[in-house]
Design a protein around this ligand. Structure first.
Ligand code: PHE
Length: 448
């Protein structure tokens, strides 16, 4: 069956593809912005703890569901269900995740389109096309439609090729480029005046802020978004992993990569903000609050790059190419959720299904672009603030309360004979059953 369905050809292929899904605008744009607005190093510390203690166990639940079911999220969960009621519940959770992935892609494509237009701007500047440059960096319906369409076409062309030739091959190429570019930029920023202060703000936590409710809630939400939970994505990626692999360590490795890249992105952006500040750009208000908020990347960084003179064009180009790459390896995973569902359940050929669904999502993006003020924030909050935590919580409930413990153990033992005696098996089932759903429920409640 797996030969027909396709699957990752190697362990590295899976790690890079899953890490590619996890690492995206959430890490490189969301995490530094949240860090800057939530007390710097204190946020980083809480995020690290929550990512490993809560997001990782929920991530394991999704991977296990997929590998057991060897199918899309709905079919996988239905396979674990023992009665009609459970099957209905499986459908709601699985299909809810798929819709959530499609909705996230519809706004993510717009954001990623901005990243692409900001990546091209240094090129037009270098060539002296100043009108083109200002068109590329100003909000307009035409620009947004064109770049969202371009980004969606890239996403569709990779997913049309399937798992091994599309997702795996491209994640293997794009992920190392991303990490390399990040490290080079960090080294560069390190040489600039003002960056020291940024490193201190980033690495030296103010312990008194650690238990602030806002900080805790933002950090937990960020960890779930970052690991792509509650969207069926990790279920379907789990279904492409061979039964010979040790899921416990694979999951831990992906979590480690995701967290490390967020950490690296912070190491680049927080000091960059302080460099900009030392060059006279207003970043923090007198009370210490972040002025640009979500626009940080688009407002402050280009002006930082401008201040660098000619080299700034290259740094700006590198940075926004990096953002576009990160967005692409995430968007392909979002499209795979709905595509695998339609291919497997309705027996439609992959290429047709991909084009059709990709086009449908693009139409949704176009609607958002045309009604930006009313829809952009709304779609983000429906999908990420409400949808993701709710569905991730239901996945944990599914594994903890519906799937039989012996079934879970049998699945997890494949590729990991000794797991029964490990610390993971002593803690994780209990954790997934009680702690994860309650903790997510608390976040969900607060977001309401
Ligand atoms: N994890 C991705 C990021 O950090 C976003 C994402 C969410 C990807 C949901 C897939 C599904 O940007």
């Amino acid at each position: 069956m797996s030969a027909v369905r396709g699957g990752f050809s190697s362990r590295l292929g899976f790690i890079l593809a899953a890490a590619g899904s996890a690492v995206g605008l959430g890490n490189i744009w969301g995490f530094p912005t949240q860090t800057a607005s939530n007390g710097g190093a204190a946020f980083v510390l809480v995020y690290l703890v929550l990512a490993f203690c809560l997001a990782y166990p929920a991530f394991m639940a999704e991977l296990l569901i997929g590998r057991y079911g060897q199918a899309n999220a709905v079919t996988s969960m239905e396979k674990m269900s023992r009665n009609l009621w459970q099957k209905r519940f499986a459908f709601i959770v699985g299909f809810g995740g798929i819709i959530c992935a499609a909705l996230i892609l519809s706004f993510y494509g717009i954001l990623a389109g901005w990243m692409m237009s900001y990546a091209i701007e240094p090129v037009t500047s270098l060539l002296g096309y100043s009108e083109a440059s200002s068109w590329l960096t100003s909000q307009s319906i035409t620009r947004n439609l064109i770049f969202t369409a371009l980004f969606m076409m890239l996403t569709i062309s990779i997913i049309r090729r399937g798992v091994e030739d599309g997702i795996e091959k491209w994640s293997k190429r794009l992920m190392p480029m991303l990490i390399g570019l990040l490290i080079l930029l960090i080294i560069y920023v390190f040489t600039l005046e003002g960056s020291r202060e940024g490193f201190v703000a980033y690495l030296n936590p103010d312990i008194s802020r650690i238990f602030e409710p806002d900080l805790l809630i933002s950090a937990l939400g960020q960890a779930f978004f970052s690991l792509s939970l509650g969207t069926s994505v990790m279920v379907i990626y789990g279904s492409y992993i061979s039964k010979k692999e040790n899921l416990v360590t694979l999951g831990a490795q992906v979590t480690l990569i995701d967290v490390s890249i967020a950490f690296l992105a912070g190491l680049l952006i927080i000091p960059s903000m302080y460099v900009a500040q030392s060059q006279g750009v207003a970043i923090f208000s007198d009370e210490g609050a972040l002025i640009s908020g979500p626009n940080l990347v688009f407002d402050v960084l280009p002006s930082l790059f401008d201040g660098m003179g000619a080299i700034g064009l290259f740094v700006g180009f590198g940075f926004f190419v990096l953002m576009s790459i990160a967005a692409l390896t995430s968007s392909i995973s979002m499209l795979e959720g709905p595509v695998s569902f339609v291919v497997e359940r309705h027996n439609i050929e992959r290429k047709r299904a991909t084009t059709f669904i990709g086009f449908g999502i693009f139409v949704t993006s176009a609607l958002i672009v045309l009604n930006f003020d009313a829809l952009f924030g709304l779609v983000i909050s429906i999908s990420t603030v409400y949808g993701q935590p709710l569905i991730a919580m239901l996945c944990c409930v599914f594994v903890g309360w519906i799937w039989q413990r012996s079934g879970i153990l049998a699945e997890i033992k494949l590729g990991n004979d000794t797991v029964e005696h490990s610390l993971f098996w002593k803690i994780w089932p209990w954790y997934t059953k009680f702690i994860c759903p309650s903790a997510i429920a608390i976040v969900f409640y607060h977001s309401l």
